[in-house]
Design a protein. Structure first.
Length: 75
């Protein structure tokens, strides 16, 4: 997976302290992300980035955006 195929590259030049720190940082960040999305008050956007959505999506019908648009603001 590096620049030279088959070359073994040790992360952080084999420094176990740096590797342990990176693992801890990643674990803490994942825990924070899980806590954020585990909050019952958290809202989930059906299309957070509509400009980057694919033209055709297998899941577009699940968003029901057309129904919400037709219902308007009063619904």
């Amino acid at each position: 997976g590096g620049y030279v195929a088959g070359q073994i590259v040790r992360p952080f030049h084999g420094d176990p302290l740096q590797l342990a720190a990176a693992v801890k940082a990643a674990t803490d960040a994942l825990g924070a992300l899980i806590d954020t999305f585990d909050d019952p008050a958290r809202c989930y956007l059906s299309q957070p980035h509509p400009s980057r959505a694919p033209r055709f999506s297998d899941y577009a019908q699940l968003a029901r955006v057309a129904e919400w648009v037709a219902a308007g603001e009063d619904a």
